[in-house]
Ligand binder design. Sequence first.
Ligand SMILES: Cc1cc2nc3c(=O)[nH]c(=O)nc-3n(C[C@H](O)[C@H](O)[C@H](O)COP(=O)(O)OP(=O)(O)OC[C@H]3O[C@@H](n4cnc5c(N)ncnc54)[C@H](O)[C@@H]3O)c2cc1C
Length: 484
Amino acid sequence: MNMIIKRDVDFIKCYFEDQSGLLGGNADEALLPENQEEAAVILKDYGSKSRPVTISGGGTGVTGARVPFSGTILATDSLNKIINIDKKNMFATLEPGVRLSDLQRELSGDGLIYLPDPAEPNAFLGGTVSTNASGAKGFKYGPTRNYIKRLKVALSTGDVLNIERGKIFAKKKSGISLPLKNKEMRIKFPSYSMPAIKSAAGYYIKDTMDLVDLFIGQEGTLGLILEVDVALGKRPESVMSFFSFFSSERDALSFVREARLKNALSIEYMDSNSLDLLRSRHSNIPAGSAAMVYFEQDCKKDYEEHVVDSWMELLKKHAALMDKTYFADSEREREKLAELRHALPEMINEIVKRNKLPKVGTDIAVPGEAFQEMFRFYKEKLVPSGIDFVIFGHIGENHMHVNMLPKSEEEFRKSKAVYMDFVKKAVSLDGTVSAEHGIGKLKHAFLEVMYGKDAIKEMAELKKSLDPACILGLDNIFPKELLK
Ligand SMILES: Cc1cc2nc3c(=O)[nH]c(=O)nc-3n(C[C@H](O)[C@H](O)[C@H](O)COP(=O)(O)OP(=O)(O)OC[C@H]3O[C@@H](n4cnc5c(N)ncnc54)[C@H](O)[C@@H]3O)c2cc1C
């Protein structure tokens, strides 16, 4: 084998963290397989020795999922081949270590695009599949799941599955037989039901589901994704981005209600605290704004003027600060606005790291009819708490990130209690505790509120049937003690 093996802590410590601020990560070694065969052999070997393995992608996750607490890191950095781009049939075959930004760059020359554009540009494709990431454009395009046509997955048993979407279906009640050559492997599925909204909380389980969906959003607990076929789209002729500011939150929310009915690519929101934070680095954020709505719209070149007029009309109707609205129609200007938007979570992550306390950031989504109630509840709890907070995110999909920024252990404890109140409220409204980031090592208790103890035990049983040695992604989704 040619693979790189590193045991020097100075080299491997970069894999001991992600963007969650989770501290204390450690491992004995990091293995960087050079090709898929090597990676599959490692998994089989370590499975036979019952040695814990944590799979690492780009490390941009925010739930501690790639942070190891023992054993071996299997880093996918060198499994980064763009194997094929099939322009005619509009799909690409990729290894899991392909960085999203590299993929988009490669596609752009051919006028193609990976439509969901999920997560952080430095994320690896394998990480985004394993967390079922979405992003701003999720409003129009949905999550990663919608674009996965085929997965090749190595199991810790030594088996390698090649699963094409549309070929193998499970029935929740009777489970599923895995497509293995020389043996029978039957899996019993959990009995819980998922909410009917965007969700990345726990394993994807539905009646008559496609087997490929089980491995999307599995957070490195079931198998190592070795190869992925993703569906591609054509670059839109024209995309326009708008940064619109409002002097009242009520105006911003009433604008969003109508904007959801239009055919936007994305509809994103930032509250006044988010804008204050952003202004500390970007002086062009207007002072005194109570809220900002960032939205994008794609269209044919000929329709640009019409599209701009119709958005401007809607903004005026809802009393947006028209003289402060930015509008970008060139690629360069659009990128600048996207960077500005992206700067906020980056600044939050910097504060989290500086404060040396884990991130207390929600990823809750609720059904549309419950959104106003949930939003009111956030403010009722946060304002009197005295804890610094920002609210921003994918308002088009009723999915906000509430980030509390505690400055002391005491504020941290208080933030966690407030978070639990949010979780209980969201679950009572048929919401999800994670719409896109996953559960990782930080949100076990929330998943239990959502599904109950018995369902979590069923998830552990499901994992055991695919990873009988129980070596993969320990403590992701549920506590490893449930595997005993
Ligand atoms: C500034 C910022 C903005 C973000 N914005 C968004 C956003 O808009 N939407 C969103 O969804 N997320 C967002 N994220 C979170 C993050 O980018 C996503 O969770 C992303 O999918 C993580 O990918 P990664 O490659 O970095 O994975 P990692 O953090 O390395 O790992 C995540 C999980 O995937 C598993 N994994 C990785 N590779 C494989 C593989 N080949 N096989 C099996 N399991 C594997 C790991 O074991 C781990 O459980 C943001 C993060 C940051 C820092």
